[in-house]
Design a protein around this ligand. Structure first.
Ligand SMILES: Cc1cc2nc3c(=O)[nH]c(=O)nc-3n(C[C@H](O)[C@H](O)[C@H](O)COP(=O)(O)OP(=O)(O)OC[C@H]3O[C@@H](n4cnc5c(N)ncnc54)[C@H](O)[C@@H]3O)c2cc1C
Length: 446
């Protein structure tokens, strides 16, 4: 059977099966879920053949592109794991400012190539996030507060459907599939083999200011940040982190940053001036303002601070329109129980909500809160996973929803799109994948 594939096929028990199962998986916490067959697609043709094979053998399909799903949504028991990470071609049309990418393309690789042409795409913040899952779930990318989630810049997709046919879907052709492919994430009912993207001119200036405050100022700093949120320009990505061991401060400390992508230094300086209005500015342990930087440098800094290789990660999140006063009691509890670095809590001051096209992605609020616990030993799995889940559970009454980027649905199901869109997605799944050939979300809210 392997002969009919450009890539490789591993049945459970075959030599190489376990390596193929773990494959590109980023999180070192690999769940004990075992596909019957793993297909490493070597070409688009393989993706089509794999779907047909799965249909023929009655195997449900789970798909992996970059392997960055924290919860390893792509690892399911039984069925087929279709790994598209080797599909890494892309093509850029400089004049039309468009590109197409295969799902295994890494976002930062694409932006490195676009840089030479003065172009840009809102890829993710980590060096190695794959575009497949990132674009399907929405995609908080660089400058997404201005341009919207990355999926808003997807103009078409090529999809292998449950019939084993390769279709092109855009706003006028197979438009229902196109609608679903922008935001359904792990609940999409097909295998995307190509994304067509609208590109942006690369902003001329990237500037950032960084402040480190001691945790004793939690109320003052988070309260102030929530208050200035409506005034923050959309080309700034205002972030607050709570983490231990920042710049030699045992902590926990609160790191405030505002990476800003602008067309001029003046525009960036005006935006960052707002971060100087914190009422406890004079008590900052560290203050580095108006530093001109490059996106690659910001990504490298993020990797060093947040994303350590070969560690076990648990993540969970919420969107909220709650006030700082309502949120602060639980922020205190998170701070006082925060595990060692690089475990962290992150706030993105996102809102006011953006006007977005009609697509499955439909969840956004004023503030995005995410928790990430990071550890080394398998023996500690339950402690860390429970820490993340339980804090987010306490915050549930203040949440409007979650983002699929940091989903933890199997452990804590919660709404991730509007009710109307979820119903529409269910109807489309029933229409395009009536037998449930493709796996969907690991769990749904009651
Ligand atoms: C270190 C790190 C940093 C991150 N930073 C960001 C960030 O800055 N912004 C952000 O928005 N998210 C971020 N994420 C979350 C990440 O974007 C999501 O986990 C996303 O799904 C990863 O894309 P992937 O291709 O690696 O997905 P995978 O883990 O390979 O896939 C996730 C799921 O998407 C579906 N899927 C993937 N590819 C396809 C396909 N081709 N066809 C059909 N279905 C498919 C499958 O259901 C699969 O289970 C980060 C994650 C990590 C681990």
């Amino acid at each position: 059977m392997s002969d009919t594939f450009d890539g490789a096929v591993f049945r459970r028990g075959d030599p190489g099966y376990e390596e193929a199962r773990r494959g590109q998986m980023w999180n070192a916490c690999v769940p004990a879920r075992f596909a019957q067959v793993v297909v490493h697609a070597g070409s688009e043709r393989d993706a089509v053949n794999a779907v047909r094979l799965a249909k023929h053998e009655g195997l449900r399909i789970a798909i992996r592109s970059g392997g960055h799903s924290w919860a390893a949504n792509f690892l399911r028991d039984g069925g087929m794991l279709l790994d598209l990470s080797r599909l890494q071609e892309w093509s850029i049309n400089i004049h039309a400012r468009t590109a197409w990418v295969r799902p295994g393309v890494i976002g930062s690789d694409l932006n490195r190539a676009l840089k030479a042409h003065g172009l840009f795409f809102p890829t993710g913040h980590c060096m190695s996030v794959g575009l497949g899952g990132f674009l399907l779930q929405g995609g908080f990318g660089w400058n997404s507060r201005l341009w919207g989630p990355a999926c808003a810049s997807v103009t078409a997709v090529d999809v292998v459907t449950a019939d084993g046919e390769l279709l092109h879907a855009n706003a006028t052709q197979n438009s229902e599939i196109y609608w679903a492919a922008r935001g359904s994430g792990p609940g999409f009912f097909g295998a995307v083999t190509r994304f067509h993207l609208a590109l942006r001119p690369r902003p001329k200036v990237m500037m950032n200011s960084t402040y480190l405050y001691p945790v004793e100022l939690l109320e003052e700093v988070f309260g102030w940040a929530a208050a200035i949120r409506p005034r923050l320009p959309r080309n700034m990505e205002p972030l607050l982190f709570l983490r231990r061991d920042l710049f030699g401060h045992a902590g926990p400390g609160i790191l405030v940053m505002g990476p800003t992508m602008a067309d001029s230094r003046e525009e960036a300086l005006a935006a960052l001036a707002l971060l100087e209005t914190c009422p406890v500015l004079d008590r900052a342990l560290r203050r580095e303002v108006n530093v001109e930087t490059e996106i690659e440098e910001m990504i490298a800094g993020g990797e060093e601070m947040l994303y350590w290789p070969n560690r076990r990660y648990a993540a969970d999140n919420m969107w909220t329109n709650a006030s700082a006063r309502e949120l602060l009691p639980e922020m205190h509890r998170i701070a006082s129980t925060l595990p060692g670095a690089p475990s962290h809590m992150m706030w993105i001051l996102w809102g006011p909500a953006l006007d977005l096209p009609d697509m499955a992605f439909s969840m956004q609020s004023d503030i995005y809160v995410a928790l990430y616990s990071v550890w080394e030993s398998q023996a500690q799995d339950a402690v860390h996973q429970t820490w993340v889940r339980d804090h987010m559970k306490v915050l549930e009454p203040l949440a409007s929803g979650i983002q699929l980027a940091d989903e933890n649905l199997a452990a804590r199901p919660f709404r991730f799109m509007s009710e109307e869109n979820l119903k529409r997605l269910d109807r489309l799944r029933a229409k395009y994948d009536p037998q449930g050939l493709f796996h969907s979300y690991m769990a749904l809210p009651a």
